[in-house]
Design a binder for this molecule. Structure first.
Ligand SMILES: [Zn+2]
Ligand SMILES: [Zn+2]
Length: 344
């Protein structure tokens, strides 16, 4: 079968590998769609260290959905033909954090597409325990977006948001626009912040109550005007740019909470008195924990979260480098998610 394999820094190859055999607790999926995440692009081109314990080469892709094609002998809950979403992170279950219910801090977790073979291939194998049957209402082509949605659900959970809060989301890329929708669904009014007017327009379409261009000189004043002069109760930063954590903290009201989700490729200097003097709480949030993906699926199924606008294009696996990775590398990239199908 064809699989996109990560060999190391700036070395990715579409090659022929044997079709994987499912272990006794696993199912083999025929991938319907897998999408390309900015993290995959970052790791390939900029930061080969992303991904932790990797023994190259590994098949790329952590946002994948497929159809069950065969199952191992111990698999009881899945049958051939089931449409499933890959719950991409497998926690160890017995470290300090796992036994305390804080699985997103597990130090021994495995992620598809990084430390284990992922979904940018014709087939992949994955344990039954981490495959979620998709409701009819979620089309194959949108399903991979459930992974970034689980990241958004996790961030909102971490943020401590209460219904009725005023929230802001900084960065209206894929994770930002999903976070915005989860915040709205959780009872917040939401201010969207981004530099790109086009992204702010989409944010408004997806339910943002207000949009503020983070490049405006008076952006902070605009946020104060929208919040009776106090700032947002909760701000979620998803952009990962050098300046955006500071923007997020500035938009947070004294005593409020800033959640940082974006992954940073360079480090910024920061005056911590801005946190000390205002008693703001700054929270980190990474990936997802058990239950976040299921919650995301529920929100899409009942219409509270809409994925269709975030599907930018569908391409075949043969075009994954040229029209996928290389396109996403360009600074002027105009895409949210590119869906890759091995069956096109
Ligand atoms: Zn991702
Ligand atoms: Zn663990």
């Amino acid at each position: 079968m064809k699989a996109l394999r990560f060999y190391g820094h700036r070395d990715m190859r579409l090659e022929d590998v044997p079709v994987p055999e499912p272990g006794s607790d696993e199912a083999r999926l025929r991938i319907s769609y897998a999408s390309i995440c900015q993290t995959d692009v970052e790791r390939w081109w900029h930061r080969p260290s992303i991904g932790g314990r990797v023994t190259e080469p590994k098949t790329v892709g952590h946002e994948s959905a497929g159809i069950v094609e065969s199952v191992g002998t111990n698999v009881m809950g899945l049958v051939e033909g089931d449409r499933v979403m890959v719950n991409n992170i497998r926690h160890c279950g017995d470290c300090y954090w796992c036994i305390r219910g804080a699985q997103s801090n597990c130090r021994n977790s495995f992620n598809s597409g990084f430390s284990l073979d992922g979904g940018l291939a014709e087939f992949m194998v994955w344990p039954e325990s981490h495959l979620i049957v998709l409701p009819e209402s979620i089309p194959d082509i949108q399903a991979p977006l459930i992974e970034p949605l689980s990241v958004a659900v996790h961030a909102v959970r971490r943020s401590g948001l209460r219904s009725g809060d005023t929230a802001a989301v900084i960065g209206c890329g894929t994770v930002g626009l999903l976070t915005l929708q989860v915040l709205r669904a959780s009872g917040a009014s939401v201010i969207a912040g981004d530099l790109r007017e086009q992204s702010l327009d989409l944010a408004a379409k997806l339910g943002a109550d207000h949009a503020v261009n983070t490049g405006d000189e008076d952006a902070v004043e605009q946020v104060l005007d929208l919040t009776d002069g106090v700032g947002a109760d909760v701000v979620v930063e998803t952009a990962g740019a050098v300046v955006t954590p500071r923007v997020a903290i500035n938009w947070t009201r004294p005593g409020g909470r800033t959640t940082l989700v974006g992954i940073h490729s360079s480090s910024a200097s920061f005056d911590f008195n801005e946190i000390v003097g205002t008693e703001k709480t700054v929270i980190g949030s990474v990936a997802a924990e058990p239950g976040d993906m299921e919650k995301g699926i529920e929100m899409v199924a009942d219409g509270r979260v809409r994925l269709s606008d975030l599907v930018s294009e569908a391409i075949s696996l043969d075009r994954v480098m040229k029209d996928g990775f290389e396109r996403m590398l360009r600074p002027e990239k105009d895409v949210y998610r590119i869906m890759v199908s091995p069956n096109m």
